[in-house]
Design a protein around this ligand. Structure first.
Ligand code: UP5
Ligand code: MG
Length: 345
């Protein structure tokens, strides 16, 4: 592929925690003019040695691009302000690695930095996300279908319950409150949940460029919806709701099946009954509101996984990348659909 056919470099890179102020900061797509590099590769604007390249956003570095690839050393490198090397990492990866430590030229003085790749300029507000709410009784298959949409169709799945459980495990200041509400099947105060959702959405958008979100298990009450409006604004478009209809007997069967391996403190008959009571009292009025606004797609979730997936996938179609929609089922998707066993744990 010639350099002219490469996609435009639109990624932004944030380097932090290096302990070297002259390295920490934002790196933006390079504006260095096309040139022949040390290995003789002719690069186009935004590229160096055939790979994407970045300049310091403050324009202070003597060397441009200040974050670029060296073919001679097969390594990504970050420069100090004077143009000397501060960090490198030997790899042929197409982008600067974010999952491994970089080699430090002043070992013992400076720690390896953390490198975050942003798909949108972190100095600008994010573009508006495309959100769908997915609701239904406990065990109706929300998580399974949203995971399928993520594995197969490129959507980002955010389970409000999962975010709350992770926050609880992390043991932060809200952990005890969350644990109390989850075990009794009640709804966690919306300030906690909406903040977790907003942060997770922003992080996913910035680091993956992803704008299609399935928000699973939220809003579980009219109060939750108020919390959403408080944070995302009343003028923002109200997301559509996909509602999973499933009778209690089937929910109980599924939750007790899952209880054998889930490790969830609320996967038992007692908690399930409390969760179901909360669902009827608090969540169904939310469904009614969305129905009145003509903003719901109802799906019969009591059917087999494949029978639920077909209409679910169809409801996402308008926003799904056509190339992903056309691809054959991935192994993960086959497992989620129950067509292939999970590997033994
Ligand atoms: N399964 C799935 N689909 C199947 C099918 N079609 N046929 C046969 N089996 C099927 O599925 C459950 C089980 O059924 C799995 O074993 C699956 O393989 C099988 P799953 O996809 O996990 O169902 P899901 O609807 O996601 O069930 P979940 O238990 O997660 O729903 P809940 O709504 O109860 O749980 P959530 O995690 O959303 O919330 C937990 C608690 O967190 C709440 O009770 C509440 O206390 C708190 N919470 C809040 O306070 N606020 C929030 O906004 C969110 C949560
Ligand atoms: Mg779930």
């Amino acid at each position: 592929m010639s350099t002219n056919e490469r996609p435009t470099n639109t990624l932004f890179i944030e380097v932090s925690g290096s302990g070297l102020p002259e390295v920490d900061g934002l790196f933006v797509p390079s504006t260095a003019p096309a040139a022949e590099s040390e290995s003789g590769t002719v690069s186009s604007l935004g590229y160096w040695n055939g790979k994407m390249a970045w300049d310091r956003a403050d324009g202070k570095c003597e060397r441009s691009p200040a974050l670029s690839y060296s073919n001679s050393y097969t390594s990504w490198r970050i420069c100090r302000l004077d143009g000397h090397l501060a960090y490198d990492i030997t790899t042929e990866d197409a982008l600067p690695p974010t999952d491994r430590e970089w080699h430090v030229y002043k070992k013992g003085v400076a720690p390896a930095p953390s490198v975050v790749i942003h798909h949108f300029d972190p100095r600008q507000p994010l573009p508006e996300a495309n959100v769908l709410f997915v609701l239904g009784g406990p065990g109706s298959g929300k998580g399974t279908m949203c995971s399928l949409a993520e594995a197969q169709l490129g959507w980002t799945h955010l389970s409000a319950g999962e975010l709350l459980r992770k926050e609880c495990e992390a043991g932060g200041p809200t952990a005890a409150t969350i644990e109390k509400y989850i075990t009794t099947g009640e709804i966690v105060p919306h300030e906690i949940t909406v903040t977790l959702l907003k942060n997770a959405m922003e992080k996913a958008t910035r680091t993956t460029g992803q704008l299609n979100f399935l928000v699973d298990g939220f809003p579980r009450s009219l109060d939750n919806l108020e919390g959403w409006y408080d944070v995302f604004g009343r003028e923002a478009k109200l997301p559509k709701m996909l509602y999973f209809e499933c009778p209690y007997e089937e929910l109980e069967k599924r939750i007790l099946g899952r209880a054998k391996y889930s490790g969830r403190s609320d996967d038992n008959v007692e908690s399930l009954k409390l969760r179901f009571d909360t669902f009827k009292a608090k969540t169904l009025p939310t469904l009614e509101l969305f129905k009145r606004k003509n903003n719901v797609v109802e799906l019969d979730a009591s059917q087999s996984r494949e029978e639920v997936y077909a209409p679910f996938r169809a409801s996402l179609h308008a926003f799904t990348d056509p190339a992903l929609a056309a691809q054959p089922l991935t192994e993960t998707s086959e497992m989620l659909l129950g067509l292939r066993p999970y590997p033994k744990r």
